[in-house]
Structure formats: C-alpha cells, structure tokens
Design a protein around this ligand. Structure first.
Ligand code: 4NP
Length: 151
C-alpha cells in the first residue's frame, strides 16, 4: 500500500480537491490517499462549498470529507506528502524530525514543473474562477502522479 497525503492550510479548499482527484485515478486497494491542513481553523468541517461544486462538475463527490490538522505522526503514516504552497511547505518542514521526514515532502506542482516550487494559489478569498483554476492545476498534476506511481 502506498500512502499519499495532500496538505494545504485549511484542509477545506485545495487539499480535499487534490485528495478526491488522485483517489479517482488510483485503485484504492493499493493506494491510501488522505488530506490535512497545517492550520486548525477547520477541523471536522466538510470542504468549502465551492470545492464541492467544482469537484461535482467533474464527476467527483468530496462532500463527505472532513478537515483535520497535519501532525508529526503523519510523517510515519505516509510515504509521500504533497504540499500546495510554500507556506504549507515551511510549516510541514518545521515539524520534520529528520532528513527522512523532510525527503517525503514535495510541492505537488513539482510533478509537472520539476524543481520550480510553484504554488497552487489559495482560492479561499476569491471567486469561483479560482476554484476552477485550482481544479485544473491539480488534475494535471494528479494525472502525472498516478501515471508515475503505476509504472
Ligand atoms: P485551503 O484554503 O488551505 O486551500 O483549505 C483556505 C481555507 C481557509 C482559510 C485559508 C485558506 N482560512 O483562512 O480560513
């Protein structure tokens, strides 16, 4: 079983979308995929209605996911930790205990733009366009992730 964690700030906009998209591209009997936020504002909450809506538009149901906070035990529980932006990266790396933990962490967009450390923009304070844009970026990245993991 390969275990992959998607991380953003609130765990209500970007990372639940990334979780839903990657789950739709990989078989659940060999891949465990989850998401978490570095912040604690939305623990126990379902995804933002705008993330639920854009997922639904593309045939995915993420409405039952619930927010949780990233914690140090996630370094043991997961093989790969994808962060959405540089702020998430800093916050996750701050919790790393050693180089092995740090090596698990990567920017999700590095899968399509290697070593560029590009951010998936935080869509929380914008309109629906931001969510559409985020969906497309994450879908493109997850296509590459799923392809590489199944080689
Ligand atoms: P996310 O978006 O990190 O993609 O889930 C955000 C959600 C909530 C907040 C910020 C970003 N917030 O400040 O409450």
């Amino acid at each position: 079983m390969t275990k992959i964690l998607m991380v953003c700030l609130g765990n209500i906009c970007r990372s639940p979308l990334a979780e839903g998209i990657l789950k739709s591209k990989l078989p659940s009997d060999s891949f465990f995929i989850d998401s978490a936020g570095t912040g604690d504002y939305h623990i126990g909450k379902n995804p933002d209605i705008r993330s639920i809506a854009v997922a639904k538009k593309y045939g995915l149901d993420i409405s039952n996911l619930t927010g949780r906070q990233f914690n140090v035990s996630d370094f043991d529980a997961f093989d790969i930790i994808y962060v959405m932006d540089e702020s998430n990266y800093r916050n996750v790396i701050l919790l790393a205990r050693n180089e092995q933990d740090k090596a698990k962490v990567n920017f999700i967009l590095n899968e399509i733009h290697p070593n560029q450390n590009h951010n998936v923009p935080d869509p929380y304070y914008g309109g629906n366009d931001g969510f559409e844009n985020v969906y497309k970026m994450l879908d493109e990245a997850c296509i590459v992730i799923a392809k590489n993991l199944q080689k």
